[in-house]
Design a protein around this ligand. Sequence first.
Ligand code: C5P
Length: 224
Amino acid sequence: MKTKLIVALDVDSSKRAKEIVKILYPKVKIFKVGLQLFTAQGPLVVNWLVKKGIKVFLDLKLFDIPHTMVETAKLICKMNIFMFTVHIQAGKDALIKLKKIVFQEAKKLKIKRPLIFGVTLLTSQRKNGTSKLIRLVKVAKEVGLDGIVISVKDLDFLPLKLRKNLLIVSPGIRMEKIEADDQKRTATPKEARDKGIDYIVVGRPILEAKDPLKKLKCILRELR
Ligand code: C5P
């Protein structure tokens, strides 16, 4: 399967997170810990996942001054996670320094370094300008980030050569075309697969499903 699935553990307790993992792992191998769960449980829940052999996507969308970004990245490395996010809008200076420290820390800790993904535009925002999107992706490329977070729909506005050598993560995935929530630019898993997206992130469609495992199977079938 070329397009891989990441499940967003957007819940407010590790009890709930563990329940979901119990249902979906090992069918799902990568889980995302975002602001909600991290605020509730901090690194404890991340450590629990990592110890279980699960790849963790730490989606804290770092956006701060270079010094704070660098010091935070050091701590992130200590968690031995698979990938994490930064806002590309934090700027080249911050991103270059952050990348350097991630390489250094991983070497020091003798671990595989986490992949760094740059957030372009949030998928809940209506399309607010291709030029901004292109500007952000250019920065990600110049800095040499591993990949970008971009909606499947926005990918259409990206020249192919800009996309080259960048891994693509896409949230805002919905099975049904119109679902009334805050994701404005949604796409189906099949669309994501057809566009060669590397990772899709799915939260609520699985978390809120009556039968999460059944929903998961539907999504995996579409990705095949
Ligand atoms: O519940 P839903 O499937 O909409 O979850 C999407 C997940 O992806 C959320 O955890 C959200 O924080 C995250 N995300 C996003 N848009 C981005 C980056 C991350 O929706 N640009």
